[in-house]
Write a protein that binds this ligand. Structure first.
Ligand SMILES: Nc1nc2c(ncn2[C@@H]2O[C@H](COP(=O)(O)OP(=O)(O)O)[C@@H](O)[C@H]2O)c(=O)[nH]1
Ligand SMILES: [Mg+2]
Length: 240
């Protein structure tokens, strides 16, 4: 089964992104020939949802409750077999969507856009160091080198999204990578460029960073326990 952009939904949380959304949606349309479905889970008080609707996106309104609450709703919403997440701040290269789809068609379950290996010089320095530290910590806990655990641009087979219970908010991006990696799904990182943000960030680097660190530790611990208990049940199954 080879997927095309008719099988893809591009989803995002949107919170007062009037400065950026036009660029993001225009890029998606151009790259996918208007074939990808677009879903915006929106908590804005500005024109963002109007622009989204003008571009034919489905808008789900939601009180602003943080990144992960919006993105969880966004990834669960589409009825298409491939779901791509992005931010609505014009930082991620929509022109790389074909590469993400190609990797899914090669058989990967999750394809993650790694910003850090190419330097991510447009990222604020504090955030870059933090994101490198998260990737290193998550790699140690997961037992596999991961280059960028907090990226917003990924493609997922919808089955993976539906099979896992997602619990994190600011740390959802890390969770969306770590649980599939630790459950043995086929996960690939591909290097991407990262552009300067349009408009203001919603994430406070200190409190947001602390939340992400907590998510990584909690999620990795839960997944390790899950591995151990399924190992135990497999072992006892064999001995019966
Ligand atoms: N609906 C909704 N979207 C949000 C919320 N918080 C962040 N977002 C969106 O989630 C994406 C990531 O947030 P962003 O500010 O880019 O975080 P950063 O990349 O860490 O600077 C952006 O598209 C935001 O508009 C929220 O509370 N509700
Ligand atoms: Mg962003």
């Amino acid at each position: 089964m080879t997927y095309t952009f008719d099988d893809v939904a591009v989803v995002m949380g949107t919170y007062n992104e009037a400065e950026a959304i036009e660029h993001v949606l225009t890029d998606i349309e151009a790259v996918t020939d208007g074939r990808a479905a677009v879903v915006c889970v929106d908590g804005s008080s500005d024109r963002t949802p109007d622009v989204a609707r003008e571009h034919g996106a489905r808008v789900i309104e939601q009180e602003p409750q943080g990144y992960g609450v919006a993105v969880r709703e966004a990834v669960l919403a589409p009825d298409r077999p491939v779901v791509v997440t992005t931010d609505c701040d014009d930082t991620y290269p929509m022109e790389r969507l074909p590469d993400f789809l190609d990797a899914i068609n090669e058989g990967y379950d999750v394809v993650s856009g790694d910003r850090l290996s190419r330097g991510a010089e447009t990222m604020p320095r504090f955030n870059r160091l933090g994101n490198q530290a998260f990737a290193l910590g998550a790699s140690l806990l997961a037992g596999r080198r991961l280059s960028d655990t907090t990226t917003g641009m990924r493609a997922y087979r919808k089955e993976v999204i539906d099979e896992v219970t997602w619990t994190e908010n600011t740390g959802l991006s890390a969770e969306l990578l770590l649980r599939p990696v630790m459950r043995g799904y086929r996960v690939k990182e591909i290097k991407i460029e990262y552009r300067e943000r349009r408009g203001e960030t919603t994430l406070d680097p200190l409190s947001g960073g602390a939340e992400i660190a907590g998510s990584i530790v909690r999620v990795a611990a839960e997944e390790r326990l899950r591995q151990l208990s399924s190992g135990v049940s497999r072992a006892s199954g064999r001995s019966v």
